[in-house]
Design a protein around this ligand. Structure first.
Ligand SMILES: [Zn+2]
Length: 446
């Protein structure tokens, strides 16, 4: 059977992930993501109203025109998890393919919400839920399987396309967590089994490949957060926390520790309400019944007023804005645009790390400066990454023993440390180790 892989997006950047695999007459598309930094750099861009081609020209969504070179029919569009760099272009591109979108329940719900917000295209693709561990026939000869992985968002999987020529494992994004705060540990046993059955190709996210050692478990970030928050138990002023709103496990820890130190947690900001509300509705997390979640400007301001009236020392606002996004809640608080007064000595907890990218770094610098000018004390980097480091990558390559490897989710510089590692497994650049760019075709079996 002919096997061909189109590396459509995310092979020159972190963002706008999209890869298509053709096995005989069947094509499966993995991820359709957005490169948010290409959107944020322009003022007042409303992607909801923009045409696909304009977004392609901006470098914001994958240039899927290369799909016309791929023979066969698209049988499924498979986003791996709910981060925007993996699902953010579905509302702009999926309608061009007559295929269902297949994903885990939490991811499907986020895709559904994204499609609803789209104003230019009506995406009518069927939405099919499949749990981790599930399998689905793709045409007569291929089968799709979801293997449970751990990442900085719940319900993440690595899809595997089983073909007569061997398995194709799409390995974006994960860390190896054996003690996650929410959900099941990574299913390494299944990966080792798939490795024994034979892996034709492994496509892997190289984000932290240049970092030594292993990525700590989410339970380590939880302990770090506990240490910081318990140390503030006697502080009788304002404490504000921020984290990735899609990071439900972290939000859960913040909510629990707020309660432990005698503060009422409250989630503020549109995306806080969106992700935590969705996770709670789908029973992925059990929040206290009285946990307030407010997204709309008016209800947020009303809550801030209530906090100021009843005493800041009784609350822990958990807000958006960990990257200093100009319109997010924490940045607005820093600019004094909300009824919440930050006073000398008040604490701001960043349960996040700045995404190392100039736009983020600049915005975060500004936001932090504004907070410090009001006297805020900053607790930074209470966080663990969602991506594998060097030893995690080693373990994956050791488990899968792939015949071919395609490094992804980085630029050329980011690929380099992964290439060095993969060479230790006998893979050869230009032969079985395919260092590539956006818009290329790799023929694995002719
Ligand atoms: Zn991700």
């Amino acid at each position: 059977m002919e096997i061909e892989i189109a590396t459509i997006g995310g092979y020159e950047e972190v963002g706008r992930q999209m890869t298509a695999v053709r096995a005989g007459d069947d094509v499966v598309v993995f991820d359709m993501g957005l490169n948010l930094s290409k959107v944020l750099i322009h003022d007042n861009v409303e992607t909801e109203r923009m045409h696909s081609l304009d977004l392609i020209d901006m470098g914001a969504i994958p240039d899927d025109r290369v799909m016309s070179e791929l023979e066969g029919d698209v049988k499924a569009i498979v986003p791996t998890h709910g981060h925007l760099d993996h699902i953010g272009a579905i509302s702009k591109l999926a309608h061009r393919y007559d295929a269902p979108i297949v994903a885990t329940p939490f991811t499907i719900e986020l895709v559904k919400q994204q499609i609803k917000g789209e104003e230019k295209f009506g995406v009518q693709n069927d939405l099919v839920k499949m749990e981790a561990g599930g399998r689905m026939a793709i045409g007569d000869e291929n089968e799709l399987e979801f293997v449970n992985v751990t990442h900085s968002i719940i319900d993440a999987i690595n899809p595997v396309l089983h073909t007569p020529e061997g398995a194709i494992v799409y390995g974006l994004d994960k860390r190896m967590d054996h003690d996650p705060v929410l959900g099941d540990p990574i299913d390494m046993e299944r990966f080792r089994e798939i490795g024994r059955e034979g892996v034709l190709c492994y496509i892997e996210d190289c984000t932290n490949a240049g970092k030594k050692g292993r990525t700590p478990s989410e339970s380590v970030a939880r302990r770090h957060l506990k240490d910081v928050m318990y140390s503030l138990e006697d502080y009788d002023g304002g404490i504000v926390a921020t984290t990735f709103s899609s990071h439900i496990a972290r939000v859960k820890s913040l909510v629990e520790f707020a309660d432990d130190i005698g503060r009422q947690p409250v989630l503020l900001g549109r995306s806080m309400e969106k992700y935590s509300g969705t996770a709670e509705r789908l029973d992925f997390v059990d929040f206290p019944d009285d946990l307030g979640m407010y997204g709309h400007r008016k209800s947020v301001d009303r809550t801030f007023k209530r906090i100021m009236n009843e005493g800041k020392e009784n609350f822990l606002p958990i807000v958006t804005g960990h990257q200093g996004e100009p319109r997010a809640m924490l940045t607005r608080m820093g600019r004094g645009e909300t009824p919440y007064d930050i006073e000398d000595g008040d604490k701001v907890i960043f349960s996040a790390r700045v995404i190392p990218e100039p736009t983020n770094e600049g915005q975060r610098y500004q936001s932090e400066k504004l907070l410090r000018m009001q006297g805020a004390r900053i607790y930074d980097e209470i966080h663990v990454s969602g991506h594998l480091r060097e030893e995690g990558h080693y373990e994956m390559l050791d488990a899968l023993q792939p015949e071919n490897v395609i490094p992804a989710h980085q630029d050329m510089q980011g690929f380099a440390p992964y290439v060095d590692l993969a060479e230790q497994f006998g893979l050869e650049v230009g032969e079985t180790l395919h260092v590539t760019r956006n818009g290329n075709m790799i023929q694995l079996v002719e």
